[in-house]
Design a protein around this ligand. Sequence first.
Ligand SMILES: Cc1ncc(COP(=O)(O)O)c(C=O)c1O
Length: 428
Amino acid sequence: MRGEGCYLWDEHGHRYLDGCGGAFVANIGHGVREIATAMAEQASRIAYVNGTAFTNEPVEALASELAALVPGDLDYIYFLSSGSEAVEAALKLARQFWVESGRPEKQEIITLAPGYHGNTLLALSASARPHYATYFREWIVDVHRVPAPVAYRCACRGVDASCAVCSGTALETKILEIGADRVAAFIAEPVGGSSTGASVPRADYWRTIRTICDRHDVLFIADEVACGAGRTGTWSALEPYGVTPDIMTLGKGIAGGYVPLSAVAAPRRIVDVLARGSGSLMHAQTFSHHPVLCAAGLATVRYLREHALVARAAEMGRIFHERLRALLELPHVGDVRGRGMLAGIELVLDRDTRAPFPRSAKIAERLTEAAQRAGLVVWPNTGHVNGVDGDIILLAPPFVIEPAQIDELVTLFRVAYDDSVAGALATT
Ligand SMILES: Cc1ncc(COP(=O)(O)O)c(C=O)c1O
């Protein structure tokens, strides 16, 4: 297998357009030598030191770069490897903060549904993906959920400022129902990932959430593992909303897929409570703050800046969405949504009623397989409508994609659609 830019070649020499960056990861494209060189140089200088004994140059440099890129005062960065680990650490940070602030009764977590935050047990608990938890229910922590703002799936279609779901006020109702003195944190994806098919909340949504969280002393954790690092055309997906969360998680694209790297960003006012109390976050991991991983992250962040790739994600994103919207002429494409280099295409049985296909038709899976046969890699998601039905295809190509390659992507999508959706209908 090898990759270059937006393309992948398998061991048989078949070429694929990487339409989803693997899993929203390959932001800068495949085969960038600068990143490989930075990793090799760091590995030969010092590959590993434990974070409890020493800090190291790439950790410090990457933390400074990221602190300048994330919103507001999130100046303290803790590096891990996967998004799930970052979510676990962020939730534990929120909990430890409240205990050390003398408010141990604040222990409840609220999340959005649909939503996804990872697969380790606390992150899985926060994720509204019941089928992922099938065999592990006894070990899952109870969390509270409010409906995610998915305009296409809401009766108001996202246009009613008084709609509790689309405006965000549903969160306040939930907090009051639980009792604000018991709620530790609200965790959510600022722009939806695969669970909602890249749904973009209304312009006032996150300000309302911020106000509600402030009013009730609830920590707002923005999970930008999927939508951050420039994916939506701004460095953080929250940026256009002008809102600073209390904690932010990052992952996937921050090292472009060259290494597994994730991060938790928090402000001094939270970190200091722990520093004055027990001393530190109770969350040591052998491979946190890894020099080689952070060297890859640093090289990726610098590459993004030097090639103005976030601005490019915004600019190409406009072309990308304009061309994708043409797919709405296909009879079973119900909605095309997203921002920047992140798009969700929702497939429905009936466009007038928005009725999903029956799960047995396996539309998203069939389309994904047909796309791969045609030479396009896409990311499927199912079950967002009612926990069972619902078919979404996610697209998240590298930011270096060219307009001609966007056209190629759309053409290959049509081939896959004809090859799968039409065939599936004949057998349903
Ligand atoms: C929003 C979000 N949070 C957390 C995760 C978990 O990340 P990982 O798979 O790296 O553990 C994901 C993964 O898809 C995600 O999309």
